[in-house]
Design a protein around this ligand. Structure first.
Ligand SMILES: NC(=O)c1ccc[n+]([C@@H]2O[C@H](COP(=O)([O-])OP(=O)(O)OC[C@H]3O[C@@H](n4cnc5c(N)ncnc54)[C@H](OP(=O)(O)O)[C@@H]3O)[C@@H](O)[C@H]2O)c1
Length: 334
């Protein structure tokens, strides 16, 4: 069995597993496709058995269903687990923020949130006001630590001029390395832990789709894909041929070391400086078990260098804009 290990989250007292259970898949069939709740709950329990102690959810996932299902699945394990949830930017005005936090607690069936994160930067409410209300919630014991998500260097600077944040949750994987330009250095300089979301690029990094057409529509809306694809809003040409070529070459590296590509992709994220934990979604215990293998896979300097070289053209293509869905001019990550 793979032995879990833990990292201290930024300057907080939280000791989190290097794999975080991403709970978006619980109760959101409109995005992820039909599923059985029982499979998701079984994955949560398999995660607990494997030593995963950190669970990430949000009110946006299935309009609260993810929080509800996660809360029920963890009901008998409250003391052992750390819960991270989020607040959407349009709920950040102080009164709304408090109501959103209390609604999350109610859906989770818990009396505290270990890490309460601003899901995307709020542009309509001054950071000072958001921070003050978060501190009040912290003093009342409703939340234990403050985190942010999708914050770029300018927002991090403004936020930390106001107060602290423990972590910054950002999209980071072999096919999308934009955070390496400015965000990783900005976080490391301030001892802000990086929580890497979409480490498998929503399953694309398992290598199971051989053409763009096979990829489910919701998962081909990022800047990797042409603006002609349904649901995209970036207006960019995308990089589809480069994406497929990169996946083929990554698959060859995985084959050479006799590991599934998904395992290699996760191990690569875990090896990146500043990454405290990779938040990975699993639909069932089988996927979870496969992902757990990443914690004991040490890729070695040479393989990491090979993976870096293969993904460098994509890294250059995207540049420093860390918003996977919007072009430079409209980027929400600043
Ligand atoms: N802060 C934010 O803005 C933000 C944004 C996105 C995500 N997140 C968080 O990050 C978590 C993870 O991101 P994500 O779920 O979007 O992407 P992900 O973890 O990269 O991908 C999860 C998907 O990959 C597939 N998968 C998982 N393990 C696999 C394996 N071993 N072999 C083959 N396929 C595998 C599954 O696809 P199938 O469903 O097709 O089986 C699963 O639904 C979310 O649950 C959420 O908590 C945060």
């Amino acid at each position: 069995m793979d032995t879990m290990y833990y990292h201290k989250l930024g300057g907080s007292s939280l000791n989190v597993s290097v794999l975080t259970f991403g709970a978006w898949q619980l109760g959101d069939p409109a995005y992820w496709g039909p599923d059985a709740e029982a499979d998701g709950v079984a994955a949560v329990h398999a995660a607990l058995d494997a030593g995963i102690n950190f669970f990430d959810t949000a009110p946006m996932y299935g309009a609260g269903e993810s929080e509800r299902i996660l809360g029920r699945a963890l009901a008998d394990h409250g003391d052992r687990v750390l819960i991270a949830t989020k607040v959407w930017p349009d709920q950040c005005a102080p009164g709304k923020l408090r109501a959103a936090c209390e609604a999350s607690l109610q859906r989770l069936g818990m009396d505290r949130i270990d890490l309460y994160q601003i899901h995307w930067p709020c542009r309509d409410v001054p950071f000072d006001d958001v921070y003050d209300e978060l501190r009040r919630l912290e003093e009342e014991g409703k939340i234990r630590h403050i985190g942010v998500s999708n914050f770029g260097p300018t927002d991090l600077e403004a936020w930390t001029a106001t107060g602290y944040c423990t972590s910054n949750q950002v999209g980071y994987n072999l096919l999308f390395r934009a955070v390496e330009y400015d965000i990783v250095p900005a976080c490391r300089m301030r001892n802000i832990a990086i929580l890497a979301y979409m480490p498998l690029m929503q399953g694309i990094l398992s290598g199971r789709w051989k053409s763009v057409e096979e990829i489910p529509v919701n998962r081909r809306r990022t800047r990797h894909f042409s603006a002609s694809r349904e649901g995209t809003r970036h207006g960019e040409p995308g990089a589809e041929p480069l994406l497929l070529e990169t996946l083929t070459r990554l698959g060859q590296v995985a084959e050479n070391i006799d590991e599934p590509l998904a395992t290699v992709a996760l191990a690569w994220v875990l090896a990146q400086p500043g990454v405290a934990s990779a938040i990975v979604g699993a639909r069932n215990p089988v996927q979870l078990e496969r992902n757990l293998r990443a914690i004991s896979l040490s890729l070695g300097v040479e393989t990491i260098e090979q993976l870096n070289l293969i993904t460098e053209p994509l890294r250059r293509h995207f540049g420093a804009n860390a918003d996977m869905w919007e072009n430079d001019a409209n980027s929400r990550i600043r």
